[in-house]
Design a protein around this ligand. Structure first.
Ligand code: MN
Ligand code: FE
Length: 330
């Protein structure tokens, strides 16, 4: 039994499970259950409308709402229309359903932010067309993940499995693992200065979800690689590293464009350094050589993604959900 190309096993028979990591990611996702309406936007609304934010700070918020509002539905579509079809293992599919639900929550978050701040939804949801640094990222991912959108696509040869891995790297490693992270760092840096804390908290929840999506994606990629070792040629690895390099350039351009003058105490270069730092972490995770060896300019960011730190980081709701979920009646 393998994770793809499994016509012999019944996709509805989930037990016994073979890939326990998929189950683990599912449970971690459930433990981080949340909805945007649980987070108050009152202080954000006051800051936004009283003009207590600088022009640069507003730009940073708008660029990130603009990028994420469409990026979230783009990933949801990828999962449901392309990835799900080709991953035949039941426990992995169970995780993909959870992920799709979480992407719906994320899209809902941007609807909620637009509503609360009184932003023009047309403007925000069209930024992916009008802002070149955002359009470049979206176009890159769309081109990268074209092949498996073909309804007749099958992973029935070495070359096609390589195509599938190439596309999975486009979704999970590049989109969710690189293209989301300059934005996360910017919004969380703003939150640390006590600005737009509602959006900041929503981004913390999203980032926790995304860190699980990314972990699942890497485990999926690594499992396909282990089960089909013939695909992992030097040439193919070089091709993937080339794509990741290009993605890093696009993400840095986006960071400079969203935040040209940095933030109080942070210069724009540091956001670019952060992109290099996290890219090395992604490369390590899928056994590709590191590219940068850049030092982490924002050690505080790992506190927000590290799932083991949830108790002291997420003071309230997440902990309560987890406690409720593990209550024992005696
Ligand atoms: Mn998402
Ligand atoms: Fe995601």
């Amino acid at each position: 039994m393998t994770i793809i190309n499994n016509s012999k096993t019944d996709p509805n028979k989930i037990l016994p499970m073979k890939y326990l990591w998929a189950r683990e990611h599912y449970k971690n996702g459930v433990a981080n259950n949340w909805t945007p309406e649980e987070i108050s936007m009152q202080q954000d609304i006051e800051q936004w409308k009283s003009n207590s934010l600088t022009k640069d700070e507003k730009r940073l918020v708008l660029w990130n709402l603009g990028f994420f509002s469409t990026a979230e539905s783009l990933t949801a579509n990828n999962i449901v229309l392309a990835v799900y079809n080709n991953v035949t293992n039941p426990e992995s599919r169970q995780y993909l359903l959870r992920q799709a639900f979480e992407e719906a929550i994320h899209t809902d978050t941007f609807i909620y932010c637009c509503d609360s701040l009184g932003l023009n939804p047309e403007e925000i949801f069209n930024m992916y067309k009008g802002i070149p640094s955002i359009k470049a990222k979206d176009d890159f991912v769309i081109n990268l993940t074209e092949s498996i959108f073909d309804p007749n696509f099958k992973t029935d040869s070495t070359e096609k499995i390589q195509k599938f891995i190439h596309d999975l790297i486009g979704y999970y490693v590049i989109m969710e693992g690189i293209f989301f992270y300059a934005g996360f760092a910017m919004i969380l840096a703003l939150k640390r200065q006590n600005k737009m804390v509602g959006i900041g908290e929503q981004f913390e929840y999203i980032m926790r979800d995304e860190s699980i999506h990314l972990a699942f994606g890497c485990d999926l990629i690594n499992t396909i690689k282990t089960e089909n070792p013939e695909i992992w040629t030097k040439e193919f690895q070089d091709e993937l590293v080339g794509l990741i390099k290009k993605a890093v350039e696009l993400e840095k351009n986006y960071a400079f464009d969203a935040c040209p003058n940095g933030l109080l105490g942070i210069n724009a270069e540091q956001f670019a350094d952060y992109v290099e730092y996290i890219t090395d972490r992604r490369l390590e995770r899928i056994d590709l050589p590191k590219l940068f060896e850049t030092k982490n300019p924002f050690p505080w960011m790992s506190q927000s993604t590290d799932l083991t730190k949830e108790k002291n980081f997420f003071e309230t709701r997440v902990t309560e959900y987890q406690t409720a979920g593990s209550l024992k009646w005696d």
